[in-house]
Ligand binder design. Sequence first.
Ligand code: SF4
Length: 212
Amino acid sequence: MMLIEDKDKMVVGAELLPVMEHFYTLQGEGFHQGRAAYFIRLGGCDVGCVWCDVKDSWDSTKHPLKSVKELVEIVRSTQTKLVVITGGEPLMHNLDSLTSLLQKNGLETNIETSGSHPLSGQWNWICLSPKKFKAPLPEVMPKANELKVVIFNKSDFDWAEKYAALVSPDCKLYLQPEWDKAAQMTPLIIDYIKANPKWELSLQIHKYINVP
Ligand code: SF4
């Protein structure tokens, strides 16, 4: 299929972004869990979560630059309808051009972000996953379609409620066990959701079915 280009831009899709990895898989987490999705993991993160499972993403200079046009062409070579931009912290980059060209090519744009940098880009779905190490910006929180809180220890339930009070009333609420603590935390999350049914469980199913 022909790439639909963004005629409004002086140089079409020439903007460069550091890409750690990109792959076609199933979305393993949250509201869109189970859907085929093309993931673009951008390099660069200054949040510093101690339990981060993608620490290699932190230094953006380690990752090759790809143009927006090249990325959209790669995505368009698959059958996917959905593109997930993740990181690292993807909002360390201006994502206006990438998301504009993806949407012009009929693709849904979802982002997974800590919300700690200003929002750029045009999004069909914003998954806000706040981190204790660098708080989300107040202006990002009401725009979230989904709040996904990673539960690492018992005190994280109170912390999750703090953010549930700051997102919009129709924002989906998910609690997700941190992968290495899943054996201890999942039973607590189940009890918590039974007592507080506004929350739902998110599991990293891609790790159970062994896909990236
Ligand atoms: S925000 Fe994400 S990429 Fe950055 S340190 Fe935390 S878990 Fe890792």
